[in-house]
Design a protein around this ligand. Structure first.
Ligand code: PXP
Length: 239
């Protein structure tokens, strides 16, 4: 069965709207694990618009929560990661003005920096992942950079599915990348923009081992509750 990582960034977004304590992302992390999540994801953005340093510190201190920390490819964020020691780190592109992570990493441009970061993560026994667009070139480059995993950006296929447009070309692209990456020894993850329908469709790709889902889970929980939403996704992943 594929693993589910629950991204709790937007619990912090809601808390920050009143600059207070509620809803507490740490409680959300604990609850998500109790309900059946396999790991928790947080993105410590450089502008700290949702998750704050104190959240990261508290989650990492709780050894019962397997944490996947998303960071931009820079040495300052790496320092924070190494200090907090999450179980996993996923390197993502970051642009101050974007609403969310808009695409995969530019591996070619950031090659040396990323290589250095992966090496340091390995020395600290932290699993590394690169958030990339689904193309074979980036899969091969991720392998060359010695990453443990890649996370395929599913934003495009998610948009196509939501707009009821033909998504078969994008599906084939993701499937092909997953197969080739897997055959090279990369662990394949996927995420961004996913909901029940996208999960059902992408669950058909055997090589994908983990999905990271955030916005939909938190937003849908307003109507149906955290428990029902996480359980429903886990049920899809069982099929
Ligand atoms: N995976 C990565 C690497 C991300 O950056 C994000 C968004 O922070 C997600 C998954 C989750 O995306 P969404 O919130 O759209 O489910």
């Amino acid at each position: 069965m594929k693993r589910l990582g629950v991204n709790i960034d937007h619990v912090a977004t809601l808390r920050n709207a009143r600059d207070g304590f509620h809803p507490d992302p740490i409680l959300a992390a604990k609850l998500a694990m109790k309900i059946g999540a396999d790991s928790i994801t947080v993105h410590l953005r450089e502008d700290r618009r949702h998750i704050k340093d104190k959240d990261l510190f508290k989650i990492c201190r709780n050894k019962k929560i397997p944490l996947n920390l998303e960071i931009a490819a820079n040495m300052q964020m790496l320092k924070i990661a190494l200090r907090n020691k999450p179980n996993f780190v996923c390197i993502v592109p970051e642009n101050r003005k974007e609403i969310t992570t808009e695409g995969g990493l530019n591996l070619k441009k950031n090659r040396n920096k990323i290589k250095k970061i992966i090496l340091k993560l390995k020395k600290s026994k932290i699993r590394s992942s690169l958030f990339i667009n689904p193309n074979i070139h980036d899969i091969k480059l991720s392998k060359k950079l010695n990453s443990d995993c890649v996370e395929l950006h599913t934003g495009k296929i998610s948009d196509l599915i939501k707009l009821k447009k033909n998504f078969s070309k994008e599906f084939k692209k993701i499937k092909n990348c997953a197969k080739i990456g897997d055959s090279m020894g990369l662990e394949i993850h996927a995420g961004h923009g996913m909901d029940y329908k996208t999960t059902k469709i992408l669950n058909k790709i055997n090589e994908i081992k983990e999905f990271n889902i955030g916005h939909f889970i938190i937003a849908e929980s307003i109507f149906y509750g955290f428990k029902d939403v996480i359980r429903k996704i886990k049920k899809i992943l069982k099929k």
